[in-house]
Design a protein. Structure first.
Length: 725
């Protein structure tokens, strides 16, 4: 009995917290009048947002957003990174600020995204959509409601974390039902049903998932199918002549934008029907009437067979690709365009393909050194995936066969599977498979394996979709491998130019950080160094060569070597810069360099500084008081061979922390430099008292990343003098 109770408690706690979160989403949707609400959560230690709950939208529409990388340029991720509400008051603003989102959702709506956060943690975010008849700005009351609900959600999540409960309790988002209308009088309901049945025009109702929940006799007669065959089904899945992207796109537009919309379709042999869609929070009412214009196929009209009577056994017709498939493919294409390395592509594909394209499992393999290596997978146990991994391209396995032949294999049912049973015997848990070769510019890149838990017909339209998906993925994977190769080369070069380890200096603790900006080759001209001059002193240097390319990196190596040579020769900081400047001027590289030199004598509590156009050092005193050290900035190195640099003495008290850094730590587009430096001073004052200097370095880097997007390298060296006693 006690065992049963212990097992039940976590489930009850999960249910309680999930219900509380659902209540937060339902309340913010109801109180603000939003048409759609999405609640995202960020599990601890992860960089991937997960869709936990949705209101006013089906999973078919929300599927591409079930997993969102935190760095992805979408409103909810931006709201979480900046801890600010994001408001998009028009489709034009959406397309301008988030062009990828504008392509995927080309409908009229307004959007707000807000972080679910408290003083310490960002737990997730909420996204709300409104129809275009909402005012162009959020009202003060709406903002307060959104912020209050987000604070409430943060409280729920902090409570769950305090109980040791995971933030997410399932793999799929919870779909909140629409508010239940007040109970109607049975007589009135019967009268309404009779009224609808007597209408000479056709009408039906769709739920938010596109399924027919009611259809009157006139509508069933107009579309040429019985009500029993239509109820609970999506029209474009039952009626072949509606299998056109137009219908499904209009349904999606009605759900997302909450605007009436319409289209005309031609029912064989030649009857044109007008469909008018009227959406609200509970579903879509559809009015179906004969169209008055003569039947004539057009680009905006699904084209059925010609007007002559169809043959007794019409030849099979290729099914057009549905709007949901095109929507998911477009979403994946735009997302892959921004993925950088192979790992990014793999995670993105794994997170998108399974929910959006229907398989129960997938594995992505890349061809490396004559073998297929698993990059990522979903839905299959690890020991099974191990059978895929490292298979030679000459092994004869299906994963290798499709790649070497360039022809996909679709095993959709018993007739397809039995001949290949030996080859897929290790995949018995699945009922159907698709093995897709990934080939870019004629070169084999890898294989995509999809598994389905039910037999799949793999109709021509689905095969075309999956083939397009494979081609898209192959190009992205090839580009990602090229990026990774350049990235690896750049880092190897960068690491060879930076010191492998700093020398030990008595009375001095050190910590360093180097973070590339992330653009291009990820290689720049920032550097740091600590040079032991004699048993009791050392020179710390930090500098920044103009540019982000191998030329800048090569010059950085020359500058660091010149500084090292001059410092070990006993020159003062000002003389070190002057002599290095003359060397750079003679090289005529066309690049300029900033540099800060600090000669440290911890035993006598003294430092001397010289500056060549570099951000000033920061000094935190033992009592927490932190200041910007006033060192006159001379000319950048490499401009004037006769430039001079002043050496400034500064007292270095015991227990003090000195920070030397490059401008990437403080500079950001649209941010005032003095304000950014002041914020860094306050962060050093707050974090500088920690015992471990590595923790202080981490805190300063986190502050820089949190305060604004960074587009430059960051080099940082921290030095702490030993406290007295």
């Amino acid at each position: 009995m006690s065992t049963v109770r212990r097992r039940a408690r976590p489930e009850a706690a999960h249910a309680r917290h999930a219900e509380a979160l659902d209540s937060v989403l339902a309340d913010v949707v109801s109180l603000t009048g939003a048409s759609v609400g999405l609640l995202f959560l960020l599990p601890p230690g992860e960089r991937m947002l997960r869709l936990a709950a949705a209101s006013g939208a089906s999973r078919r529409i929300a599927a591409p957003w079930e997993r969102v990388p935190l760095q992805e340029p979408v409103p909810v991720a931006d709201a979480m990174r900046t801890r600010r509400l994001v408001w998009l008051g028009s489709q034009e603003e959406l397309a301008r600020r988030y062009p990828r989102l504008g392509i995927i959702l080309p409908y009229d709506f307004m959007l707000a995204a807000a972080p679910i956060a408290d003083d310490e943690t960002v737990w997730g975010g909420i996204v709300l959509l409104w129809p275009v008849w909402h005012p162009p700005q959020l009202s003060a009351a709406e903002r307060e409601t959104i912020e209050a609900c987000c604070r409430r959600g943060a409280g729920v999540l902090r409570g769950a974390a305090g109980e040791g409960l995971p933030l997410l309790t399932g793999d799929e988002p919870r779909l909140l039902s629409s508010p239940v209308p007040r109970e109607s009088d049975p007589a009135q309901a019967a009268a309404a049903l009779g009224f609808a049945q007597r209408l000479p025009v056709g009408c039906c109702a769709l739920d938010l998932d596109g399924r027919i929940t009611f259809i009157n006799s006139a509508a069933a007669e107009l579309v040429g199918a019985g009500a029993a065959a239509l109820l609970g089904r999506r029209p474009w899945e039952v009626l072949l002549w509606l299998r056109d992207p137009v219908f499904e796109d209009r349904y999606r537009e009605a759900v997302v934008a909450r605007l009436p919309t319409s289209f005309t379709a031609r029912r064989p042999p030649g009857t044109r029907l007008s469909f008018q869609l009227y959406p609200d929070h509970g579903g879509i009412s559809v009015l179906i009437t004969p169209a008055s214009a003569p039947a004539r196929p057009s680009s905006a009209e699904p084209a059925g067979p010609e007007c002559e009577p169809p043959p007794a056994q019409p030849p099979p017709r290729a099914e057009p690709l549905g709007a949901t498939a095109l929507y998911s493919l477009t979403h994946l294409a735009s997302a892959l365009a921004e993925a950088a390395g192979v790992r990014d592509v793999g995670e993105l594909v794994a997170d998108q393909i399974v929910p959006a394209f229907g398989p129960s499992a997938m594995a992505l393999l890349a061809a490396e050194d004559g073998r297929l290596r698993v990059i990522t997978h979903r839905g299959w146990p690890g020991d099974l995936v191990d059978r895929f991994d490292a298979a030679p391209l000459t092994s004869g396995s299906l994963t290798a066969q499709v790649l070497t032949s360039g022809a996909p294999r679709f095993l959709g049912g018993v007739a397809d599977v039995e001949p290949a049973r030996a080859e897929v015997s290790h995949l018995d848990a699945m009922a159907a498979w698709a093995f897709l070769p990934l080939i870019a510019s004629g070169r084999p890149i890898g294989t995509l394996v999809l598994g389905y838990d039910r037999p799949q017909p793999f109709a021509p339209a689905e095969r075309a979709l999956l083939t397009s998906l494979a081609g898209l993925l192959a190009q992205s994977l090839a580009r990602a491998r090229h990026y990774d190769a350049k990235h690896s080369l750049a880092h190897a070069l960068q690491n060879s130019l930076l010191p492998r380890a700093l020398p030990r200096v008595p009375g001095l603790a050190t910590a360093t950080r180097y973070l590339p900006a992330g653009d291009g080759l990820d290689i720049g001209g920032d550097f740091y160094d600590l040079i032991r001059c004699d048993p009791d002193s050392a020179v710390a240097a930090v500098g920044d060569v103009q540019g982000h390319n191998p030329t800048a990196a090569a010059l950085m190596g020359q500058v660091r070597t010149a500084v090292h040579a001059q410092a070990t020769g006993g020159a003062s900081p000002g003389d070190v810069l002057a002599r290095t400047n003359r060397l750079l001027t003679d090289l005529e590289s066309g690049l300029f360099t900033s540099c800060l030199i600090a000669h440290l004598e911890p035993g006598v509590r003294r430092a001397r500084f010289a500056n060549a156009g570099h951000p000033p050092p920061l000094l935190r005193h033992p009592d927490g008081r932190t200041e910007v050290v006033d060192v006159p900035p001379g000319l950048l190195l490499g401009i004037d061979p006769d430039a001079g640099y002043t050496t400034v003495p500064v007292t270095l008290p015991p227990g003090a922390v000195l920070a030397l850094y490059t401008d990437g730590l403080v500079e950001a587009p649209g941010v005032d430099l003095d304000e950014a430096t002041g914020a860094l001073v306050r962060e050093l004052a707050r974090a500088g008292g920690q015992e471990d200097l590595e923790d202080v370095a981490d805190a300063l880097v986190r502050h820089a990343r949190r305060s604004a997007p960074r587009h430059d390298d960051i080099a940082l060296i921290l030095l702490r003098t030993e406290p007295d006693g």
